[in-house]
Design a protein around this ligand. Structure first.
Ligand SMILES: Nc1ncnc2c1ncn2[C@@H]1O[C@H](COP(=O)(O)OP(=O)(O)O)[C@@H](O)[C@H]1O
Ligand SMILES: [Mg+2]
Length: 377
């Protein structure tokens, strides 16, 4: 079969893949999933803009995406675990695993805030740095934020030596520069298709030693927002990839073998649409929770701490008193905060965790439940 791109030997004769510029598929071949992605993600994007609490995209949905995108690569930290890890308790059953998931979410926040000032290649390295800079293994920590120094590969029975090697380290910087130019370019062709091809390209360069899947998937929502295809960085892939990793990897591989990008583009668009449809449903239910809370606290006096606490709890549904005090920025005493939280418990909005002490966890389980898998999904 005529492959796409070419193989070049590294210093030790290992054949490493050098992708060619992926070609845009014909529009009629990808139209239906492309239209679905634009519709479903567009609807989620608009619903985020209209949502009464700001920042839910980054604070909740990017966190969920980090859980799924990492879960697709073997992480076991759940959304609930992540919330507890990111609270002042900073605890998790697997702290190293939770740290990587948290780092993915934090890199997303950081890049969202920095907007257009970071190039795509620098953004990839920044995410990689955040992912691995605090790794326990000093050898791994030393690679954080840097391009790979050694060839990385994956099992492939068709390849010589049964290993498919991604781009050779010596060619990676140039390959990444070409990829960046392609990703940043804009023309009359659909941006969604461009970013589907860009993601394929990034994964085939595999520029960093590890984390290429998580880094590459995080770049997709950021790029689509930066390119103006969406108002929010909300085109997440993690959940759909987590649910069907084989489909995703097979489609990536197949485009390389055939040089034909319509099937990959269709899979990419379908996965974005699937994640967005699930997220829109969550957001709608979150809106109902918020409305119920507002109704339940209608009688509470207007300047009570509670009214400022509620929107914060929507985006931080597991917290300690210390977290709540920190967000109030010193404007509320420990005593007043305790009283407010107690009132929320009485109203059935918040529940108190079992283990006592100053860092006891309070949870809004109505919110958390929306972000955990259910049996009736
Ligand atoms: N055969 C393949 N060809 C191209 N890309 C692949 C292949 N297999 C896996 N991938 C990509 O590589 C990612 C895994 O790379 P890795 O560096 O381990 O990242 P992570 O640590 O985030 O999993 C997958 O999520 C996928 O995007
Ligand atoms: Mg990995």
């Amino acid at each position: 079969m005529q492959g796409f791109g070419r193989f070049e030997p590294d210093a030790r004769g290992r054949l490493c893949y050098l992708p060619a510029v992926p070609s845009f598929p014909r529009l009629d071949e990808v139209w239906s999933p492309l239209e679905r992605a634009m519709t479903e993600v567009g609807a989620f994007d608009r619903a985020l803009a209209a949502f009464p609490v700001p920042d839910v995209a980054g604070k909740l949905f990017a966190r969920l995406d980090a859980v799924h995108s990492s879960g697709a690569e073997g992480a076991t930290t759940t959304f609930t675990d992540l919330l507890e890890y990111q609270s002042a308790r900073n605890r998790a059953k697997d702290p190293e695993d939770a740290r990587e998931v948290a780092a993915t979410a934090e890199a997303f926040d950081e890049l969202s805030e920095r907007g257009d000032s970071v190039t795509y290649g620098a953004a990839a390295c920044l995410i990689h740095r955040r992912l691995f800079e605090r790794a326990k293994d000093p050898m791994v920590a030393a690679t954080a934020g840097k391009l790979k120094l050694y060839p990385n590969g994956t099992y492939d029975p068709e390849a010589p030596g049964a290993t498919f090697f991604y781009t050779a380290p010596a060619s990676t910087a140039q390959a990444l520069a070409d990829w960046e130019a392609f990703t940043a370019e804009a023309d009359a062709r659909p941006e969604w298709v461009r970013q589907a091809l860009s993601h394929w390209w990034f994964e085939h360069i595999h520029p960093v030693p590890d984390g290429n899947g998580r880094v590459g998937r995080l770049l997709v929502p950021l790029a689509l927002r930066r390119k103006g295809a969406l108002r929010h960085a909300c085109a997440f892939l993690g959940e759909a990839v987590h649910m069907n990793k084989t489909l995703y990897v097979d489609a990536l591989k197949d485009a390389r073998r055939t040089g034909e990008f319509s099937a990959w583009t269709r899979v990419f668009c379908s996965m974005a649409a699937q994640s967005a449809a699930a997220n829109l449903e969550r957001l709608q239910k979150l809106g109902q929770v918020h409305a119920r809370w507002q109704a339940a606290t209608k009688a509470v006096r207007a300047h009570s701490v509670i009214h400022r606490l509620l929107p914060w709890i929507i985006t931080k549904p597991a917290f300690t008193v210390r977290d709540a005090l920190a967000q109030a920025g010193g404007a509320v005493t420990f005593q007043a905060m305790n009283t407010a939280i107690k009132r929320l418990i009485d109203l059935g909005i918040v529940t108190r965790g079992d283990d006592g002490g100053r860092d006891r966890l309070f949870s809004a389980s109505e919110v958390i439940r929306l972000f955990e898998p259910t049996d009736d999904a």
